[in-house]
Design a binder for this molecule. Structure first.
Ligand code: 2HG
Ligand code: ZN
Length: 454
């Protein structure tokens, strides 16, 4: 089988050395075994198709690989799979101003797309801390969210057309970049968020929007968790928010130490929120701040006075995940409806305090989207296996709280390997059966990203 791969890919486009296998065989998770048999670098859709045909004929298993910034093990190859990297399919192929569409290969880096859009006088609004290395194909495969979902929605909202190679080797041109298309099932949306289990995303027509006004950033301090949601409602009823993020004092301590940043407020508070909005809304935002201060919901606040200050305030939120990485955190990525959020925060807090009195808990997330990232930090004296084992033990109780509120056990990071055994807490038996049936149609031999999601 290895010989056939060599016929398809020239020596510069196939790697089998230990370093390459370790690099391309995993994502940002560190707890799963990494053991691919080879890494290949296709350059065309036809090559991807030929690879899928070969894999079906010879029983190879394929793991799609983008910027490898995933947090759920969705791009980890643990069992001798062939990793299919999109690093060489990284071109922006076309731009149609009247359609506001940019056509990209799957390996285009998010930031490259953002910068391209800006050069054309437009804006690609999906953004996250990993924009500098995450690739569009991976963003689509996980329906990535990030920091401006409250205003612009998830990756799904921006994908007008999608070219995929299915697990049977068919090339599908889904929705062709159309605005209106009432011709039955929209297969594009089946592939968005499919985590590479149905086929390869090879090309996409991405919608752009107008460049927003200059933005201002406010960071507020809170005595109580619940106050954050009151403030969210108050601001949202008065101004359009581009972001509403939150983090705890412990998260702030970790990120300021890691990135050597200034604390935002003179006085420390147990919790903070970061708000972003159009510069033209500053007067309304300031009035909203005064009101929330008067109500006692917030303790203090700061408003950015320059773009540089706004950027450094953003670092306080965007650098958190990176600053926790040395502590091998166990990650939770939960979501419930905003209306459920205040009570949900309380019950999760109670469960966590009772379950992990000796573990450090770092609370942060896109609270304006109902999305909570709760990272549990590994104490130095526990092995990673023991620590993850203890974290997994509590998952059923935590996920029951999510299920009772019809929430999601994975808001934006995907299921991958990390949350797979718990999927039933978010998807019903009937849904899971349909998902398996779809998988068997599009990937009957199970060659696509085996062992992930389902
Ligand atoms: C973020 O919002 C990312 O910073 C990462 O989604 C969250 O590491 C995490 O748990
Ligand atoms: Zn996030």
């Amino acid at each position: 089988m290895s010989e056939s791969l060599d016929k398809l890919f020239s020596p510069t486009r196939i790697k089998r050395d230990a370093d390459a296998l370790a690099t391309w065989g995993c994502d940002w998770t560190r707890s799963f075994p990494v053991a691919p048999s080879a890494v290949v670098f296709p350059e065309t859709i036809e090559e991807v198709q030929a690879l899928v045909v070969l894999a079906n004929a010879e029983g190879l298993q394929l793991v799609p690989s983008g910027g490898r910034t995933g947090l759920s093990g969705g791009a980890v190859a643990s069992h001798g799979e062939v990793v299919v990297s999109f690093d060489r399919m990284n071109r922006i192929i076309g731009f149609a101003p009247a359609d506001r569409l940019v056509t990209c290969q799957a390996g285009v880096v998010t930031q490259t797309l953002q910068e391209f859009a800006e050069r054309q006088g437009y804006f690609y609004p999906v953004d996250f801390a990993s924009s500098g290395s995450s690739q569009l194909g991976g963003n689509i495969a996980t329906n990535a969210g990030g920091i401006r979902v409250i205003r612009y929605g998830m990756t799904r909202n921006w994908i007008a057309g999608l070219t995929v190679v299915t697990g049977t080797g068919e090339i599908l041109d889904c929705n062709q970049g159309l605005v209106k298309n009432a011709t039955g099932y929209d297969l594009r949306h089946l592939f968005i968020g499919s985590e590479g289990t149905l086929g390869f995303i090879v090309e996409a027509d991405v919608r752009l929007t107008r460049i927003p006004e200059p933005q201002r950033v406010m960071v507020l301090g809170f005595e109580e968790f619940r106050g954050i949601l009151k403030v969210l409602s108050h601001f949202q009823s008065r101004i359009e928010l581009s972001a509403f993020e939150f983090f705890s004092e412990l998260a702030l301590q970790k990120v300021t130490a890691h990135r050597k940043l200034q604390r935002p407020l003179a006085k420390s508070s147990p919790f903070y929120a970061l708000l972003e909005f159009d510069a033209s809304a500053v007067a309304d935002a300031s009035a909203a701040f005064e009101h929330t201060l008067g109500e006692g919901w917030v303790t203090d606040g700061v408003l950015s006075q320059s773009d540089a200050q706004a950027a450094s305030l953003w670092q306080l939120r965007e650098g958190i995940s990176e600053s926790l990485a040395p502590c091998s955190p166990y990650k939770n990525d939960l979501s419930v409806r905003i209306t459920e959020m205040p009570e949900f925060l309380d019950v999760v807090d109670e469960l966590m305090r009772a379950s992990y009195p000796d573990f450090e808990l770092v609370w942060y997330g896109h609270i304006g989207d109902g999305n909570l990232h709760l990272n549990i930090l590994k104490p130095d004296d526990l092995s990673i296996e023991e620590f993850y084992g203890r974290c997994r033990e509590i998952n059923p109780r935590l996920f029951e709280l999510v299920q009772e509120r019809r929430g999601s056990i994975s808001a934006e990071h995907g299921v991958g390997l990390l949350k797979k055994e718990f999927l039933e807490y978010s998807r019903s038996p009937a849904e899971l059966e349909i998902m398996r049936a779809l998988k068997s149609v599009l990937d009957p031999n199970g060659i696509m990203n085996p062992g992930k999601l389902l």
